[in-house]
Design a protein around this ligand. Structure first.
Ligand code: COA
Length: 188
């Protein structure tokens, strides 16, 4: 594991977990949250993983761990980087509904921003989230994202056309403490 907090940790994106990533991504809560409309086959997801694994210069991808007891992989977080302007688009999911609502998502978001600002040196991380996805919006706000606007009629939530909330985070807003800086701080 590369970064570790009280509830969540971040480690490498792993080929041996592709079937888990696929299973988590087919959870209806994740499909609705991501604005998708159909499940994906394991075969297509495995091909998608091969593509993702080759493109690491343009992506930050992490496995999210629940570290409240023996660490167990529970989801993924990622940022798709635009190197021209040093920005990136953020995504996260915890696959098992039973793992949600315990603060793991908030801490995983904060650790991903920590890495993005202090290792990858991004100047801005942004996202869009369906307006009714209040659990995700609260977690994003607690982790350091701010609302910057709303795009109207841009998605669906449980059969209804809804707006998307646009959010961003910049290094100056990072709430800290930084797990990256703690790792590099010389021992006293
Ligand atoms: C979005 C997502 C990653 C957030 O992760 P999470 O672990 O559920 O989020 P958190 O637990 O940090 O915060 C959300 C809720 O937990 C509560 N919470 C936070 N810390 C807590 C703690 N220490 N103890 C108990 N509850 C806590 C929050 O108050 C909030 O609850 P509420 O919405 O009922 O008010 C997760 O819910 C998920 O994977 N959803 C499906 C996929 C998705 O929608 N992704 C986002 C697409 S834009």
């Amino acid at each position: 594991m590369w970064l570790r907090g009280q509830r969540a940790g971040l480690g490498p994106y792993r080929g041996d977990l592709v079937a888990d990533y696929w299973r988590w991504e087919q959870d209806p809560g994740v499909i609705v949250g991501y604005g998708r409309q159909t499940p994906e086959s394991l075969e297509a997801r495995t091909e998608g993983y091969q593509h993702q694994a080759r493109g690491t210069d343009d992506q930050l991808r992490f496995t999210v761990y629940d570290v409240t007891s023996t660490p167990v992989p529970v989801g993924t977080s990622s940022i798709l980087i635009d190197h021209h302007v040093r920005t990136g688009e953020f995504f996260i999911m915890l696959g098992d509904p039973a793992r949600r609502g315990n603060g793991i998502g908030t801490e995983a978001i904060r650790l991903t921003l920590d890495y993005a600002f202090h290792v990858t040196n991004l100047a801005c991380v942004y996202l869009s989230v369906l307006a009714p996805n209040t659990t995700a919006i609260k977690a994003y706000e607690r982790a350091g994202f701010r609302r910057i606007g709303e795009r109207r009629n841009s998605g669906y939530w449980l059969g209804q056309r809804v707006n998307e909330v646009l959010m961003d985070a910049v290094p100056d807003d990072f709430p800290g403490p930084s797990a990256v800086k703690d790792l590099l701080r010389p021992a006293l």
